[in-house]
Design a binder for this molecule. Structure first.
Ligand SMILES: C[S@@+](CC[C@H](N)C(=O)[O-])C[C@H]1O[C@@H](n2cnc3c(N)ncnc32)[C@H](O)[C@@H]1O
Length: 344
C-alpha cells in the first residue's frame, strides 16, 4: 500500500483538480487573518495541496511544530509564518516527489518571510522513532489528510505521544467512516489513494487514540464527503465518510469521559486572532469575560497547555457531581453534505 500511495501522490496526481472525491479537499472557511499568509505561499505549492481541513490552531508564536505527511508543504509554509522567527516547523513525508517540490521553494519562502525556520525530512510516520527527533520536544504536531493512508494507526498515534511535550497537542484533519470499512474496500487502490479505503470508523479512532494515551479526543469541526465518481460511489454503497479535525492533548490526568467537578473558566480575550470568542472545539466556544462551566478535562486542557495564561480558573477537583451533561456517544459528525464544486 505504501508504494501505491507514493505513486498516487508522487506521479498520478498533478494537482488537486485530479481528485475523484472531495475527501482530500478542504472546504474550510479560511479566517481573514490567514488569507494574506496563504497569499505569500508559492502558487505551485498551493496547487498541490491535498489537505481536508484547516490545521492552524490558535497561539502558535514561538512554537516547535511537526507536520506529518506534509506533502508539498502548504501547511508547513503557512505555519512557518504563524510560529515566526523564534519558532520552527519540520515537515515529514515518505514521497520523494512531494518533498522535492516542498524543498525547491525553501529559498523562495525564506526571502518572502524574511527568515528561515522550516526543514523537511523523508520518513514513514509509522516509524517516527527512526527519524531522530527529540522526545517531548514539540509544542504542536499537525497532519492533514494522512493518518488514513498509514498502515499502522496505533504506531502513528503512539509515536506522536512520545514526541509531544507535556501539554502539547496533536491537531489534525483526517477522514473517518460511519462504520468499519469492509476489507475488500480497504484494499482498493483508488479508494485507498483517495483517502477513503483506509479511513477509520470514528469510534475505533477514539479507541486507538485512547490506547495511545490521548484520553479525550476533541472534535473541532467536520463535514461530510461527496464521492463524485460513479464507480467509486457504487463501490462504497451506503458507507458515509466525513472529514474531521480533532485536537488531542498530551495531558496525563485526562479521563476517558467528561466528569463534572463544578468548575468554570473565564476567557481573558488575550488571544489576538480571536479576542472575542475562543473556540476549543465544536462544543466549546468560550466568550470573553463570561463564566463558562467546564468539565474536568476541559479545565485541564486549558490550564495545562499553552492556553493557561489566557484563562482564569474557578474551582478545584475536590468535588464531583457526576458525568458532565452532553458527554455523548452518538455519531459526532453533521450529515449535511458539502455542495459539489464547493472546493478544489
Ligand atoms: C492526501 S496527501 C496530503 C498532503 C499534505 N498534508 C497536504 O495537505 O497537501 C497525503 C500525503 O501523506 C504522505 N504519506 C502517506 N502515508 C505516509 C506515511 N506512512 N508516512 C509518511 N508520509 C505519508 C503522502 O506521501 C502524501 O504526501
Amino acid at each position: 500500500m505504501h508504494d501505491i500511495v507514493k505513486d498516487y501522490y508522487g506521479k498520478e496526481l498533478q494537482s488537486s483538480l485530479d481528485l475523484k472525491t472531495t475527501a482530500c479537499c478542504d472546504p474550510s472557511a479560511v479566517p481573514d487573518y490567514l488569507k494574506p499568509l496563504l497569499a505569500n505561499i508559492h502558487p505551485e505549492v498551493l496547487s498541490r495541496y491535498y489537505g481536508c481541513g484547516l490545521v492552524a490552531p490558535e497561539k502558535l508564536k514561538g512554537c516547535r511544530v511537526l507536520d506529518l505527511g506534509c506533502g508539498t508543504g502548504r501547511d508547513v509554509y503557512l505555519l512557518s509564518q504563524l510560529v515566526g522567527p523564534e519558532g520552527e516547523v519540520i515537515g515529514i513525508d515518505m514521497t520523494e516527489e512531494q518533498l522535492h517540490l516542498a524543498e525547491s521553494y525553501m529559498d523562495y519562502h525564506a526571502e518572502k518571510f524574511g527568515y528561515r525556520n522550516v526543514s523537511f525530512v523523508r520518513g514513514l510516520i509509522e516509524r517516527l522513532d527512526e527519524i531522530g527527533l527529540a522526545l517531548n520536544s514539540f509544542d504542536v504536531i499537525i497532519s492533514n489528510c494522512v493518518i488514513n493512508l498509514t498502515l499502522d494507526k496505533q504506531a502513528v498515534l503512539s509515536g506522536i505521544m512520545k514526541l509531544l511535550k507535556n501539554g502539547g497537542e496533536f491537531y489534525f484533519s483526517d477522514v473517518y467512516a460511519d462504520r468499519r470499512v469492509p476489507h475488500i474496500l480497504q484494499h482498493d487502490p483508488v479508494l485507498y489513494g483517495e483517502c477513503l479505503g483506509g479511513a477509520l470508523y470514528w469510534n475505533d479512532f477514539r479507541r486507538v487514540a485512547q490506547k495511545a494515551g490521548f484520553m479525550d479526543p476533541r472534535l473541532v469541526s467536520d463535514h461530510s464527503i461527496t464521492v463524485t465518481d460513479p464507480v467509486l460511489k457504487r463501490k462504497i454503497g451506503p458507507i458515509r465518510f466525513f472529514s474531521a479535525t480533532y485536537r488531542l492533548f498530551n495531558i496525563n490526568e485526562l479521563e476517558d469521559a467528561c466528569e463534572n467537578h463544578g468548575q468554570a473558566v473565564i476567557f481573558k480575550g488575550s488571544i489576538d486572532t480571536s479576542p472575542d470568542i475562543f473556540v476549543l472545539d465544536k462544543h466549546h466556544s468560550i466568550e470573553r469575560n463570561k463564566i463558562f462551566p467546564v468539565c474536568g478535562n476541559t479545565y485541564r486542557m486549558l490550564r495545562d497547555s499553552r492556553f493557561s495564561e489566557d484563562f482564569e480558573f474557578l474551582g478545584t477537583f475536590d468535588n464531583h457531581f457526576g458525568i458532565f451533561e452532553g458527554c455523548g456517544s452518538d455519531l459526532p459528525f453533521n450529515d449535511a453534505s458539502v455542495k459539489e464544486n464547493s472546493c478544489c
